[in-house]
Ligand binder design. Structure first.
Ligand SMILES: Nc1ncnc2c1ncn2[C@@H]1O[C@H](COP(=O)(O)OP(=O)(O)OP(=O)(O)O)[C@@H](O)[C@H]1O
Ligand SMILES: CC(C)(CO)[C@@H](O)C(=O)NCCC(=O)O
Length: 562
């Protein structure tokens, strides 16, 4: 977050590792409490790394300061901080900020880390940056709010903490990675309002890159959701591919993923999140997506959907495995009722619609999984919205039609796959191998939480809202699994009946338009820094209980084992 220093001195970044790049001499001088001599070197790295310009480098602060900040006045090569996914319904932002408020207890670890950086020599001559990945979304219809947000935080210039922003040396042509249709549609507007060029990245490439990254790097990212029960799935990194990725945005893309950058968009459907929100808005006059979703939680679809029992006089059609309460035809009951739209409860309409679309997506996904012999299906996109009933319905469809062979899994950063992929497509941010670091989530997101109300000051203008949002994020929120709504009804073969988990109150978006989450990037220490290829290194484990390693009577003297 921005250091908010006032006074005549330039603001001092609290992050004492951000500009790191310390040398042996500097470390030694630092240990003795002396300021290292200013370097005039420009550190050259491989073309894919940010160029670190150490000329004119000077310690900022007094000699007594521990770990004083080193200012690099001539640093021009900025760390990239922002990527966008501008979709048909929502704009997703992922941005990186260095830790400005590193807790003191972490500072002890820093010297070890620095030592390791030095030890690794040329291989890691760039600083490992600790910081945060932030996730924010806006409605595409409110693009101006998004532009204001970027501008207020100067995200397009690397954030208000960045060296170039501090020094006032702004590059002329700022380029931001962007994906989604809006990267084309709104490119001129970004140029006009922020003076930035959008570098377009292919949407499917980004979805896949984002999903692969999350599945490989983030613990507790993927989970199953059946009958109201959420269970995290341990992903075996060596056995991830192939899988089916279903991104449920406004429309739905179905992608067979075979590896990093290896995929095929095998199908898609135009009946997706935009359909639920669009039809739902028309039929219920809801003002927001969340309002519509929340309505569904109080709905009863049997007033709208035609059930097998409605057709069979209350009987099951057991010969083909359909119970009386199986939905035979979504919205089918409305044809015979001689009623107007206004005679139906918006709650019931919303639930029928949600079930129809979710089930359909689950079924189409399964058919594609079957087509390619895939057993794992990951669902992303903001339609999912961490909503219990949506996930249960999709899971049911996959489970039912595959006879339990295929598994539906969901991602906690569901809506940010594309934006993350675009973020990782920067070659120059030094974070391209994010999976080499620890990413720790301190703010759970994407799932409903009980309580609904968020306590905080009233929201004023956007800036106030943003800073309040950040306080909210820092504090964290309670998250609980959705509450099952009574005993599960018997689900006969062939369909889906009443939802067993409609959730309670939806987790609020804090504002209808803004949703923020944070992943904390904790640089990994290289345990074996001289390994030629640490990524492929598999540490062997030794079972000390194994006889071979047990101390024998001969090696243990009277004084015990040494
Ligand atoms: N606050 C919200 N406002 C609007 N839609 C929302 C909101 N939250 C969730 N949704 C749902 O998420 C869908 C959009 O999801 P997502 O952002 O993943 O797709 P998109 O990128 O906008 O669409 P596409 O990829 O098809 O261009 C909406 O159609 C709606 O169903
Ligand atoms: C057109 C995109 C890819 C835009 O994100 C998405 O909305 C989508 O996958 N729609 C479904 C289109 C179809 O395959 O029928």
């Amino acid at each position: 977050m921005a250091a908010n220093n006032s006074g005549s001195e330039p603001p001092i970044p609290e992050d004492d590792e951000g500009l790191g790049g310390v040398t042996h001499e500097e470390e030694a001088a630092e240990a003795k409490g002396k300021a290292p001599a200013a370097s005039t070197t420009t550190m050259n790295r491989s073309g894919s790394r940010p160029q670190l310009d150490l000329s004119g480098a000077a310690i900022h602060g007094t000699l007594e300061d521990r770990n004083p900040t080193i200012l690099l006045p001539n640093q021009s090569d900025d760390i990239s901080h922002l990527a966008l996914d501008i979709g048909g319904s929502l704009i997703k932002l992922v941005y990186f900020s260095r830790h400005a408020d590193q807790p003191t207890e972490d500072k002890r670890k820093l010297s070890t880390k620095r030592r390791l950086e030095i030890f690794t020599g040329a291989r890691r001559s760039y600083p490992v940056l600790g910081g945060r990945l932030h996730f924010v979304k806006f409605e595409t219809g409110k693009l101006n709010e998004c532009l204001d947000f970027i501008s207020s935080k100067q995200l397009h210039r690397g954030g208000v903490d960045s060296p170039s922003w501090r020094s006032g040396a702004q590059p002329d042509n700022i380029v931001i990675k962007a994906t989604g249709g809006g990267a084309f549609k709104y490119a001129d507007l970004f140029k006009e309002r922020l003076g930035v060029s959008l570098e377009k990245e292919d949407e499917m490439d980004c979805l896949v890159a984002g999903a692969n990254f999350l599945l490989k790097a983030i613990r507790h990212e993927a989970f199953t959701h059946m009958d109201g029960q959420k269970e995290y799935v341990q992903i075996d990194q060596n056995d991830l591919f192939p899988y089916l990725l279903v991104n449920v945005g406004s429309g739905v893309s179905i992608i067979k993923v075979d590896g990093h950058g290896k995929f095929q968009r095998v199908s898609g459907t135009n009946v997706g999140g935009g359909t639920y929100w669009g039809l739902g808005r028309l039929m219920t006059e809801c003002k927001s997506f969340d309002e519509l979703l929340e309505l569904s939680q109080r709905g009863d679809n049997s007033t709208i959907d035609m059930l097998v029992g409605d057709i069979y006089g209350g009987l099951d059609y057991s010969k083909i495995g359909l119970s009386a309460s199986t939905i035979a035809s979504s919205f089918g009951k409305t044809i015979s009722d001689n009623k107007e739209l206004s005679d139906y409860r918006p709650e019931d309409i919303s639930l029928s619609l949600l079930r129809m679309i979710s089930y359909n997506i689950g079924q189409i996904s399964y058919l594609n999984a079957l087509r390619y012999g895939l057993k794992r299906i990951f669902f992303g996109g903001f339609f999912i919205r961490g909503h219990a009933y949506t996930m249960d319905t999709i899971s049911f469809a996959v489970h039912f039609w595959s006879k339990g062979e295929a598994k539906a899994m969901f991602l906690r950063h569901e809506g940010f796959l594309g934006a993350l992929g675009a973020f990782m497509s920067y070659e120059k941010h030094g974070l391209d191998d994010l999976s080499a670091h620890h990413l720790v989530e301190r703010f759970p997101m994407g799932a409903p939480y009980v309580g609904g109300k968020i306590h905080g000051p009233p929201l004023g203008d956007l800036n106030e809202k943003i800073s309040w949002m950040e306080k909210f994020v820092q504090k964290g929120t309670q998250i609980t699994a959705p509450v099952p709504m009574g005993a599960p009804a018997t689900t006969g073969m062939g369909g889906f009946e009443r939802p067993t988990s409609k959730g309670d109150i939806l987790r609020s978006d804090a504002s209808a338009a803004l949703n923020v989450g944070v992943l904390h990037l904790v640089p990994s220490l290289d345990v074996f820094p001289l390994l030629e290829d640490p990524k492929t290194y598999e540490p062997n484990t030794i079972d000390l209980d194994h006889d071979e390693f047990k101390p024998s009577a001969r090696s243990c003297g009277e004084g015990g084992c040494q």
